[in-house]
Design a protein around this ligand. Structure first.
Ligand code: NAD
Length: 300
């Protein structure tokens, strides 16, 4: 029997709906409107698309959206001054500096200049430390979305063997912390891991965050395992016509589908959850800064 396909679009729509309901209540009961500021430096086409869709989703959720588009040659001092201004703006509860930044700007310096309470990407070193020590923090959006889907599918994650492939600061490492927090037995595999297929075969939960098209083979997957595919890879698709491409994940979806218990597709799996979790994080940051209760199920 084929695995259950975890529909990330449907799940993300439900998260966004929940955020919107809570935003409406915040406005009517407390007169508060959550605000998200997104800062884009330069003209990277992919970043422009991301920033546009983040702004649109923010407005759709009933929140205030502010976009700052700065020239590619913006100096570090100018960028830090803007971050400082946003840190001190009480109508802004979330600040996101779109990465990557142009080469002359130090990402670490800029990210760590954001007020940790407004760090809706969860990349500030204070939030990394809080998450790593099992305390309340702002949680990076992509792993948060993966965790929400895993919690929804499993009654309990406690005691499950989880294998995360990839050790990036954006996905792999925070994912490991979140799954430790839910009492999984966690293995983080990476480019130097020996015999990756054997490591993956023991996993009840696999999270693939590598960036290599269809690297995880169907016969690596333990029967009945839950597979979360974070990878987004564009590959040639000559079957669709000359010069055409398509998106695939890090997992061989068609084969893994026949073995796994549940699996996220690409596209339409983890991707839509990332923006939904950005909205959830903005709402969480707003509730915390105003001392009002946080909605259930939108953070850890
Ligand atoms: P990254 O390049 O920072 O990290 C990749 C990781 O994979 C590294 O830790 C590396 O050790 C590991 N790796 C590389 N080759 C390997 C191999 N042969 N075997 C085992 N491990 C190997 O990437 P990232 O930022 O973590 O992103 C990973 C993928 O997830 C990319 O495809 C990216 O586009 C995608 N992504 C998707 C979303 C989303 O919203 N769905 C968000 C972030 C990243």
């Amino acid at each position: 029997m084929d695995a259950k396909i975890i529909d990330g679009r449907e799940f993300a729509a439900a998260v966004r709906g929940k955020v919107k309901d809570h935003v409406t209540r915040l406005a009517s009961e407390h007169g508060i409107v959550p605000g998200l500021a997104v800062v884009l430096v330069g003209e990277d086409p992919a970043s422009q698309v991301y920033v546009r869709s983040k702004g649109k989703a923010t407005v759709e959720a009933g929140m205030k959206s502010v976009e700052h588009r700065l020239a590619a040659d913006t100096s570090e001092r100018e960028l830090l001054a803007l971050v400082d201004q946003l840190n001190n703006d009480s109508s802004i509860h979330g600040i996101l500096v779109q990465l990557p930044l142009p080469e002359h700007l130090k990402e670490d310096l800029v990210v760590n200049a954001i007020d940790p309470a407004k760090d809706v990407d969860g990349f500030h070193i204070s939030n990394v430390g809080l998450l790593g020590t099992g305390r309340k923090s702002m949680v990076p959006c992509t792993p948060l979305g993966c965790l929400m889907m895993l919690r929804d599918h499993h009654e309990s994650l406690s005691g499950l063997e989880a294998v995360i492939i990839g050790r990036s600061n954006i996905v792999g490492r925070p994912m490991a912390q979140l799954l430790i927090g839910d009492s999984c037995t966690v293995t983080v595999a990476h480019s130097r891991t020996r015999d990756l297929p054997e490591v993956v075969r023991r996993a009840d939960v696999v999270v693939a965050a590598v960036g290599r098209p269809e690297m995880v083979q169907g016969n690596w997957v333990k029967p009945g395992a839950t597979v979360i595919d974070v990878g987004i890879n564009r590959v040639d698709a000559p079957e669709r016509g000359e010069g055409k491409t398509r998106l695939v994940g890090d997992v061989d979806f068609e084969r893994a589908l026949q073995v796994a218990g549940a699996i996220t597709p690409v596209p339409g799996g983890v991707g839509p959850m990332t923006i939904a979790c950005l909205l959830a994080n903005t709402l969480t940051a707003c509730c915390r800064s105003n001392g009002v209760p946080e909605p259930d199920g939108l953070t850890v």
